[in-house]
Design a binder for this molecule. Structure first.
Ligand code: UD1
Length: 407
């Protein structure tokens, strides 16, 4: 569905802005089902996933007012609705409907939740957490008809399971503690929003502690998207440091900057603006992991960079098989070797060609490669990229890129 036509080889330069974080906006939007109030959100990214989340909220009875700089969402009067399978099958964050519906209605249904299928993405931790709160699971139906309470021990710091545990616990009349929680900035963003909306959630080194609270109307500005900022920072390096990434939060990108500077790149930070330039003098090596380690959502974007310079190595520890996209790069001339959760990327002259975009982040990486390669490239399934990158084509055109999306 949809394709990008890229005429590559043009010089890119100028400024590119970072929008609101997809992975902060989506949990907040779904949490509104649990938060019975009127919320004003600033900096919502203009992406398909947000459009779908808003459609799902409207199906539940939410009233939405779109302003130029904000969106007001009234969730004071909702009724349970079986979420539209067409919508939930397209968007991974719809798993948050489980925690949100348990909190608001006392029941929820496990559905075929979609999103990027770069790996097997089970929700067993989510279900285990709901059970720890006192929920009963029978087939696809999950019921939580008492005040949630107890300790949740997550086997891995899963973003999704942490978010769902927090949202499901908002009504607690006692206390819920979540051990082994994910510390990503977007998880902290969700908690900041919820506390602003009257929740009582504290963050300790050991656990998230939820002690209920009283819901109230609130407003919140979505934090900058760290993955978008990282993506365009890599692009900056691929184009000789002539691109300034504006409106980022560089504090969220420590491990990413470290990987680049270790290989010779230099990072200029001025307030919320980032420019990455310099010469790569050593092969790039990255190992993904939960925050504050290197984000898995930035590993595919390193592939065209590694290929352009001295090659490198990617070790993926979050989604061990997140390398399926490399076969699409192979069509563009990439040499690589994969062994289990590690991929060695060899210096390669990437060329133009036709590829199929397999998922959101790999899609951005393939576009970056096409922008560098002389001639026309056709990248099928552009919808996978516009799901998660706000105003993608226009932002790149602003740098001088020749890219068009056609249906
Ligand atoms: C979220 C992000 C995604 C990012 C990922 C890791 C959203 C909408 N998506 O995905 O962009 O790539 O965090 O930063 O925010 N796991 C289980 N069982 C579970 C849950 C997770 O085994 O019930 C495993 C996963 O297979 C994976 C690891 O835990 O190996 C981490 O996954 P998780 O952090 O939950 O990723 P998502 O929340 O799906």
């Amino acid at each position: 569905m949809g394709k990008f036509i890229v005429n590559g080889g043009r010089e890119l330069k100028g400024e590119i802005s970072v929008s609101g974080s997809k992975n902060c906006a989506l949990p907040i939007l779904f949490s509104l089902i649990a938060v019975k109030s009127v919320t004003k959100l600033y900096n919502l990214p203009k992406i398909k996933d947000v459009e779908l989340a808003l459609k799902i909220l409207v199906d539940f009875g939410a009233k939405i007012i779109y302003n130029i700089d904000s969106v007001i969402i009234d969730t004071t009067e909702l009724e349970f609705m079986m979420p539209n399978t067409e919508y939930v099958s397209q968007i991974r964050a719809s798993t948050y409907l489980l925690g949100a519906c348990l909190c608001r209605f006392g029941y929820a249904y496990n559905q075929p939740f979609g999103g990027c299928n770069f790996s097997n993405r089970p929700i067993d931790y989510h279900l285990m957490a709901f059970s720890a709160l006192g929920a009963e699971i029978s087939g696809d139906k999950i019921t939580l008809d008492k005040s949630p309470a107890g300790d949740i021990y997550l086997p891995n710091p899963s973003v999704g399971a942490t978010v769902n545990s927090v949202i499901a616990s908002l009504n607690t009349e006692m206390c819920v503690r979540i051990f082994g929680y994910a510390k990503e900035p977007h998880v902290v963003g969700l908690i900041d929003f919820l506390n602003g909306a009257g929740a009582d959630i504290s963050i300790t080194d050991e656990a998230l502690v939820i002690s209920g609270g009283t819901q109230k109307n609130s407003s919140y500005k979505i934090i900058p998207d760290m993955i978008e900022a990282g993506t365009y920072s890599v692009l900056s390096l691929m184009f000789g440091g002539n691109i300034k990434v504006t409106g980022a939060d560089a504090e969220h990108l420590g491990s990413f900057f470290h990987a680049l500077t270790k290989s010779g790149a230099s990072i200029q930070r001025l307030g919320n603006d980032i420019t990455v330039s310099g010469k790569i003098t050593r092969p790039l090596r990255i190992t993904t992991g939960p925050y504050p380690s290197f984000p898995t959502d930035l590993q595919p974007q390193f592939v065209p960079l590694m290929a352009m310079f001295l090659g490198g190595q990617i070790t993926e520890t979050v989604f061990e098989d997140r390398f399926g996209y490399l076969s699409e790069f192979e069509k563009l001339g990439l040499y690589y070797q994969r062994s289990g959760s590690t991929a060695n990327i060899f210096p390669s002259k990437l060329k133009n060609g036709t590829t199929d975009i397999p998922d959101l982040r790999a899609g951005a990486a393939l576009v970056m490669s096409a922008l560098r390669s002389e001639g026309e490239s056709v990248l099928n399934n552009s919808f996978r990229v516009i799901r998660g990158y706000s105003d993608f084509v226009n932002k790149l055109r602003g740098l001088g890129a020749d890219i068009t999306e056609v249906n």
